[in-house]
Ligand binder design. Structure first.
Ligand code: SAH
Ligand code: SF4
Ligand code: F3S
Length: 477
């Protein structure tokens, strides 16, 4: 294949993007007429569940809606268009989304012209689409993760014909470049560098609802990050389910470490982060690039999932604890100040007391700064859902033990920072403690301090005088 064909393999053809632009124009005219007749714009409300990838997708949904003439609003009760961007990672995420969609029934009763669309990972599964079809008659349209770019078409067709639409998945999951993005923040940004996952960890629904891995071209990513830096963005996170395999799916002549090196050349006062890394693919080249970079934060999120080699095999993770420890020691050798975080699943099918203790002892050995821990949730269609399950009470008890161990470790990890001065990107008045401002350090730790309104969105220097398991506290200097 020529280089051009390789690229086209992955990228949504430009004609598709143009076809959607025609719907955008048509809807914009219609929404302008509405504005003239009613003296106000139609409004859109976007609700997001799930991971940063979904947050990033929602910024595109909002971007598209605004380009169609909608104005964003923060309350579903004020909206003419509601979009619920769903997650399927655990049962709880799906039940929460369904329950909220259920609450919108009364809004539709009050405002029959309200359009309700449900999209994202949950509705990329046929059984959930069927459920919405049968039990949620006030849902107007659904579209899965392969059809995000089709929002304009769905709204136009629903408005013209009135029939409910359940958009089928595309024959291929492709990268749609050039969709408008309305970012939530003016100083922190998500940049998706790849989509999908090829790993099929035995517990995980993501490969089924996000399709195979496909990477954006390096030049598109560099252009987007360059624009963000020029617009004053200070903290930019590159997103992908497994960023370490960036580029490989498309046969690009560059890999993730090359992409990071290219981005590190950009001038400006900004930090680069990335997630998520997979221990089977995280290599020394990447760590070397990080260690010698100017902009890449010394922070690494490396999901371990379990500290038992037997369970890691059953999870189809394709690394063992020895390999994991090897990466950690190289990371710390090259960056002694690196902040290390991880994901752990408790109660995977077949997890014995001994396996679980293996996880606790790995926590002690590695000493994570922070942990995202989850109780295993069976996902329909994944191999682990068919395995013999652990009773709920045992899963719950192990989860509590894990939290207690990690709290102790995180408190110990944060103590050495007392007395140090850290550069912190200020997020404004804290949502949990309104007397203080909060922000994030380079290691992505939450820092509380006495700030002022003009600090928001800027780097400030804070001397740390107290630390607990979850946060650092200090004074601006
Ligand atoms: N691609 C990333 C993140 C995937 S989802 C990775 O490979 O790490 C984020 C986390 O959710 C996973 O790391 C895992 O810890 C957790 N998770 C995924 N499926 C789950 C399930 N069925 N039950 C409980 N936790 C799950
Ligand atoms: Fe899920 Fe594994 Fe892919 Fe992560 S790497 S998204 S856990 S299948
Ligand atoms: Fe959820 Fe989909 Fe992300 S399943 S965790 S929103 S990729």
């Amino acid at each position: 294949m020529t280089e051009r064909e390789l690229k086209q393999n992955n990228i949504l053809p430009q004609e598709e993007v143009e076809a959607q632009k025609a719907y955008v124009l048509q809807l914009r005219l219609e929404n302008e007429r509405y504005l003239e007749a009613h003296g106000k714009r139609r409004r859109v409300f976007v609700l997001t569940f799930g991971c940063q990838q979904n947050e990033a997708d929602s910024e595109k949904l909002l971007g598209m809606a605004e380009s169609m003439g909608y104005e964003s609003c923060e309350e579903p009760g004020l909206a003419d268009l509601i979009l619920v961007n769903t997650c399927a990672i655990r049962e709880h995420a799906e039940l929460k989304a369904l329950s909220i969609v259920g609450q919108y029934k009364h809004l539709k009763a009050k405002n029959p012209s309200l359009l309700i669309g449900v999209c994202g990972c949950m509705v990329t599964q046929a059984h959930r689409v069927d459920e919405l079809k049968r039990r949620y008659p006030y849902v107007d349209f659904t579209f899965g993760t392969s059809s995000l770019h089709r929002l304009p078409q769905l709204i136009a067709e629903k408005s013209a014909k009135g029939k409910r639409l359940f958009c089928p998945e595309e024959s291929a999951y492709l990268v749609a470049e050039g969709l408008p993005i309305t970012r939530k923040s003016t100083y922190r940004a998500w940049v998706s560098i790849m989509y999908g996952c090829n790993n099929f960890c035995s517990y995980c629904i993501v490969p089924y609802v996000r399709g195979r891995e496909r990477s954006r071209e390096m030049e598109s990513v560099v252009a987007e990050v360059r624009d963000l830096v020029a617009a004053g963005y200070r903290d930019i996170t590159l997103l992908g389910q497994n960023v370490n395999s960036y580029g490989k799916d498309s046969g690009y002549p560059y890999d993730f470490a090359d992409l990071l090196s290219a981005l590190d050349q950009l001038e400006g006062d900004f930090l680069l982060r990335f997630m998520t890394s997979h221990p089977k693919d995280a290599d020394r080249k990447l760590i070397d690039v990080m260690a010698s970079s100017r902009h890449i934060a010394h922070q690494f999120h490396l999901p371990m999932q379990s500290g038992s080699d037997r369970i890691l095999r059953a999870m189809n993770r394709r690394y063992d604890t020895a390999r994991y420890l090897d990466i950690v020691s190289y990371l710390r050798e090259k960056m002694p100040d690196v902040t290390l975080t991880s994901d752990i699943i408790v109660g995977f099918p077949g997890e014995s007391e001994e396996d679980f203790e293996g996880t606790l002892s790995m926590l002690e050995r590695v000493g994570f700064d922070m942990l995202y821990s989850f109780i295993y949730s069976p996902r329909k269609g994944t191999p682990a859902a068919e395995m013999e399950q652990i009773p709920t009470d045992i899963k719950g008890a192990r989860f509590e033990r894990l939290l207690a161990v990690q709290n102790k470790i995180a408190t110990e990890k944060n103590q050495p920072l007392v007395g140090r001065t850290l550069r912190v990107l200020c997020d404004g008045v804290s949502k949990t403690n309104e007397a203080l401002y909060s922000g994030r350090s380079e290691g992505n730790k939450i820092v509380f301090f006495e700030g002022s309104p003009e600090d928001t969105g800027d780097f400030v220097t804070v001397r740390i005088d107290r630390a607990d398991a979850f946060a650092l506290y200090g004074q601006k200097c």
